[in-house]
Ligand binder design. Structure first.
Ligand code: PRP
Ligand code: URA
Length: 209
Protein backbone atom coordinates (compact mmCIF):
# COMPACT_ATOMS: atom_id res chain seq x y z
CA UNK A 1 0.00 0.00 0.00
CA UNK A 2 1.32 3.44 -0.94
CA UNK A 3 2.04 5.88 1.83
CA UNK A 4 0.77 9.40 1.05
CA UNK A 5 2.59 12.14 2.97
CA UNK A 6 1.46 15.73 3.00
CA UNK A 7 4.39 17.93 4.02
CA UNK A 8 2.59 20.92 5.49
CA UNK A 9 5.63 22.69 6.96
CA UNK A 10 5.00 26.42 7.60
CA UNK A 11 7.86 27.49 5.29
CA UNK A 12 6.51 25.28 2.50
CA UNK A 13 2.96 26.59 2.94
CA UNK A 14 4.18 30.19 2.96
CA UNK A 15 6.16 29.74 -0.25
CA UNK A 16 3.32 27.76 -1.83
CA UNK A 17 0.99 30.73 -1.29
CA UNK A 18 3.33 32.91 -3.40
CA UNK A 19 3.62 30.14 -6.02
CA UNK A 20 -0.18 29.96 -6.32
CA UNK A 21 -0.61 33.71 -6.71
CA UNK A 22 -1.29 34.82 -10.27
CA UNK A 23 0.75 37.96 -9.50
CA UNK A 24 3.98 35.95 -9.12
CA UNK A 25 6.09 36.21 -12.29
CA UNK A 26 8.29 33.50 -13.86
CA UNK A 27 11.53 34.52 -12.13
CA UNK A 28 10.08 34.34 -8.61
CA UNK A 29 7.95 31.29 -9.54
CA UNK A 30 11.08 29.37 -10.64
CA UNK A 31 13.01 30.31 -7.49
CA UNK A 32 10.13 29.38 -5.22
CA UNK A 33 9.50 26.01 -6.90
CA UNK A 34 13.18 25.19 -6.47
CA UNK A 35 13.14 26.25 -2.81
CA UNK A 36 10.02 24.23 -1.99
CA UNK A 37 11.52 21.19 -3.73
CA UNK A 38 14.62 21.55 -1.57
CA UNK A 39 12.54 21.77 1.62
CA UNK A 40 10.45 18.76 0.57
CA UNK A 41 13.58 16.75 -0.27
CA UNK A 42 14.43 16.71 3.42
CA UNK A 43 11.25 14.70 4.15
CA UNK A 44 11.23 12.62 0.96
CA UNK A 45 14.71 11.29 1.75
CA UNK A 46 14.08 10.72 5.46
CA UNK A 47 14.22 6.91 5.19
CA UNK A 48 17.33 6.59 2.99
CA UNK A 49 19.72 3.96 4.38
CA UNK A 50 22.88 5.09 6.13
CA UNK A 51 26.04 3.19 7.01
CA UNK A 52 28.74 3.75 9.57
CA UNK A 53 32.04 5.16 8.31
CA UNK A 54 35.24 6.08 10.07
CA UNK A 55 36.31 9.73 9.75
CA UNK A 56 39.37 11.47 11.06
CA UNK A 57 38.59 14.87 12.50
CA UNK A 58 41.52 17.21 13.26
CA UNK A 59 41.20 15.88 16.83
CA UNK A 60 40.65 12.11 16.60
CA UNK A 61 39.09 9.22 14.68
CA UNK A 62 35.32 8.86 15.00
CA UNK A 63 32.42 6.89 13.57
CA UNK A 64 29.89 8.84 11.45
CA UNK A 65 26.90 7.99 9.28
CA UNK A 66 26.84 8.44 5.51
CA UNK A 67 24.35 7.44 2.81
CA UNK A 68 24.72 3.73 2.15
CA UNK A 69 24.82 1.44 -0.85
CA UNK A 70 22.00 2.39 -3.14
CA UNK A 71 22.22 5.86 -4.63
CA UNK A 72 19.57 8.32 -5.72
CA UNK A 73 18.19 9.12 -9.17
CA UNK A 74 15.98 12.16 -9.66
CA UNK A 75 13.63 11.84 -12.61
CA UNK A 76 11.67 14.97 -13.56
CA UNK A 77 8.63 14.66 -15.82
CA UNK A 78 9.28 17.28 -18.51
CA UNK A 79 8.77 20.07 -18.67
CA UNK A 80 7.54 21.27 -15.31
CA UNK A 81 9.25 18.59 -13.20
CA UNK A 82 12.56 20.09 -14.29
CA UNK A 83 11.84 23.12 -12.12
CA UNK A 84 12.25 20.99 -9.00
CA UNK A 85 15.59 19.39 -9.90
CA UNK A 86 17.93 22.23 -8.88
CA UNK A 87 16.54 22.25 -5.35
CA UNK A 88 16.99 18.49 -5.06
CA UNK A 89 20.53 18.35 -6.45
CA UNK A 90 21.63 21.10 -4.06
CA UNK A 91 20.86 18.67 -1.24
CA UNK A 92 21.84 15.45 -3.04
CA UNK A 93 24.69 16.49 -5.35
CA UNK A 94 25.69 12.88 -6.13
CA UNK A 95 22.23 12.07 -7.53
CA UNK A 96 22.00 11.19 -11.20
CA UNK A 97 19.21 12.83 -13.19
CA UNK A 98 17.02 11.02 -15.72
CA UNK A 99 14.38 12.70 -17.88
CA UNK A 100 10.95 11.56 -18.99
CA UNK A 101 9.16 13.77 -21.53
CA UNK A 102 5.38 13.63 -21.35
CA UNK A 103 2.72 16.17 -22.20
CA UNK A 104 -0.98 16.02 -21.60
CA UNK A 105 -3.09 16.12 -24.74
CA UNK A 106 -5.28 19.17 -24.12
CA UNK A 107 -8.46 17.47 -25.40
CA UNK A 108 -8.21 13.92 -24.15
CA UNK A 109 -6.05 14.80 -21.09
CA UNK A 110 -4.12 11.60 -21.90
CA UNK A 111 -0.30 11.72 -21.53
CA UNK A 112 1.82 11.53 -24.70
CA UNK A 113 5.42 10.30 -24.28
CA UNK A 114 8.16 12.02 -26.32
CA UNK A 115 11.43 11.44 -24.46
CA UNK A 116 13.08 9.02 -22.03
CA UNK A 117 16.72 9.02 -20.95
CA UNK A 118 17.60 7.35 -17.64
CA UNK A 119 20.80 6.48 -15.76
CA UNK A 120 21.85 3.03 -16.95
CA UNK A 121 21.90 1.67 -13.36
CA UNK A 122 18.37 2.93 -12.61
CA UNK A 123 17.45 -0.48 -11.12
CA UNK A 124 19.97 -0.01 -8.31
CA UNK A 125 18.91 3.50 -7.38
CA UNK A 126 16.28 5.07 -5.13
CA UNK A 127 14.24 6.94 -7.74
CA UNK A 128 12.49 10.21 -6.94
CA UNK A 129 10.06 11.31 -9.68
CA UNK A 130 9.36 15.05 -9.62
CA UNK A 131 6.43 16.95 -11.08
CA UNK A 132 4.84 20.04 -9.50
CA UNK A 133 1.32 18.96 -10.52
CA UNK A 134 -0.56 15.68 -10.00
CA UNK A 135 -3.91 16.36 -11.68
CA UNK A 136 -5.68 13.33 -13.24
CA UNK A 137 -2.51 11.38 -12.42
CA UNK A 138 -2.24 10.10 -16.00
CA UNK A 139 1.27 11.53 -16.54
CA UNK A 140 2.65 10.21 -13.24
CA UNK A 141 1.06 6.77 -13.71
CA UNK A 142 2.61 6.46 -17.19
CA UNK A 143 6.01 7.83 -16.12
CA UNK A 144 6.19 5.34 -13.25
CA UNK A 145 5.13 2.46 -15.52
CA UNK A 146 7.90 3.45 -17.96
CA UNK A 147 10.45 3.57 -15.14
CA UNK A 148 9.41 0.09 -14.00
CA UNK A 149 9.72 -1.19 -17.58
CA UNK A 150 13.29 0.17 -17.63
CA UNK A 151 14.10 -1.70 -14.41
CA UNK A 152 13.45 0.79 -11.62
CA UNK A 153 12.27 -0.93 -8.45
CA UNK A 154 12.28 1.60 -5.70
CA UNK A 155 10.27 4.65 -6.76
CA UNK A 156 8.73 7.58 -4.91
CA UNK A 157 6.76 10.48 -6.36
CA UNK A 158 7.13 14.08 -5.22
CA UNK A 159 4.65 16.81 -6.26
CA UNK A 160 3.85 20.28 -5.01
CA UNK A 161 0.08 20.22 -5.57
CA UNK A 162 -2.19 17.21 -6.12
CA UNK A 163 -5.87 16.66 -6.81
CA UNK A 164 -7.49 13.84 -4.83
CA UNK A 165 -8.23 12.11 -8.18
CA UNK A 166 -4.53 12.08 -9.08
CA UNK A 167 -3.45 10.68 -5.73
CA UNK A 168 -6.00 7.88 -6.08
CA UNK A 169 -4.94 7.10 -9.65
CA UNK A 170 -1.27 6.75 -8.67
CA UNK A 171 -1.87 4.78 -5.47
CA UNK A 172 -4.38 2.44 -7.21
CA UNK A 173 -2.02 1.73 -10.14
CA UNK A 174 1.28 1.76 -8.24
CA UNK A 175 0.63 0.68 -4.65
CA UNK A 176 4.38 0.19 -4.15
CA UNK A 177 5.09 3.90 -4.78
CA UNK A 178 4.99 6.39 -1.90
CA UNK A 179 3.64 9.85 -2.73
CA UNK A 180 4.83 13.13 -1.18
CA UNK A 181 2.89 16.35 -1.72
CA UNK A 182 2.87 19.83 -0.20
CA UNK A 183 -0.90 20.18 -0.69
CA UNK A 184 -3.85 18.04 -1.70
CA UNK A 185 -6.27 20.55 -3.20
CA UNK A 186 -10.04 20.42 -3.58
CA UNK A 187 -10.72 18.98 -7.03
CA UNK A 188 -10.17 19.07 -10.79
CA UNK A 189 -12.20 21.47 -12.93
CA UNK A 190 -13.87 20.57 -16.25
CA UNK A 191 -10.59 21.28 -18.10
CA UNK A 192 -8.57 18.97 -15.88
CA UNK A 193 -6.92 21.82 -13.94
CA UNK A 194 -6.41 21.59 -10.20
CA UNK A 195 -8.67 23.88 -8.11
CA UNK A 196 -7.44 26.15 -6.59
CA UNK A 197 -4.04 24.95 -7.90
CA UNK A 198 -1.58 27.34 -9.51
CA UNK A 199 -2.60 27.25 -13.18
CA UNK A 200 -0.30 25.67 -15.79
CA UNK A 201 3.00 24.91 -14.07
CA UNK A 202 5.07 24.55 -17.28
CA UNK A 203 3.80 27.83 -18.71
CA UNK A 204 4.37 29.69 -15.45
CA UNK A 205 7.92 28.30 -15.08
CA UNK A 206 9.02 29.04 -18.61
CA UNK A 207 6.84 32.02 -19.55
CA UNK A 208 5.10 30.18 -22.41
CA UNK A 209 1.38 30.00 -23.13
C1 PRP B 1 1.49 19.13 -16.52
C2 PRP B 1 2.17 18.76 -15.23
C3 PRP B 1 2.05 17.26 -15.21
C4 PRP B 1 0.72 17.01 -15.87
C5 PRP B 1 -0.30 16.73 -14.80
O1 PRP B 1 2.34 18.94 -17.60
O2 PRP B 1 3.49 19.23 -15.12
O3 PRP B 1 3.09 16.58 -15.91
O4 PRP B 1 0.37 18.23 -16.55
O5 PRP B 1 -1.49 16.37 -15.36
P1 PRP B 1 -2.11 14.90 -15.23
O6 PRP B 1 -1.90 14.49 -13.80
O7 PRP B 1 -3.55 15.10 -15.56
O8 PRP B 1 -1.42 14.01 -16.19
P2 PRP B 1 1.90 19.30 -19.10
O9 PRP B 1 1.27 18.13 -19.74
O10 PRP B 1 1.12 20.58 -19.09
O11 PRP B 1 3.29 19.50 -19.82
P3 PRP B 1 4.42 20.61 -19.57
O12 PRP B 1 5.06 20.31 -18.24
O13 PRP B 1 5.35 20.39 -20.71
O14 PRP B 1 3.79 21.97 -19.59
N1 URA C 1 -1.15 20.62 -15.24
C1 URA C 1 -0.86 21.84 -14.72
O1 URA C 1 0.19 22.44 -15.01
N2 URA C 1 -1.77 22.40 -13.90
C2 URA C 1 -2.91 21.79 -13.55
O2 URA C 1 -3.69 22.35 -12.76
C3 URA C 1 -3.19 20.52 -14.09
C4 URA C 1 -2.27 19.95 -14.94
Amino acid sequence: MSKVTQIAHPLILHKLAFIRSKNTGSKDFRELVEEVAMLMAYEVTRDLQTEEVEIETPICTTKCKMLAGKKVAIVPILRAGLGMVGGMTKLIPAAKVGHIGLYRDEETLMPVEYFCKLPQDIGERDVIVTDPMLATGGSAVDAIALLKKKGAKNIRLMCLIAAPEGVKNVTDNHPDVDVYVASIDEKLNENGYIVPGLGDAGDRLYGTK
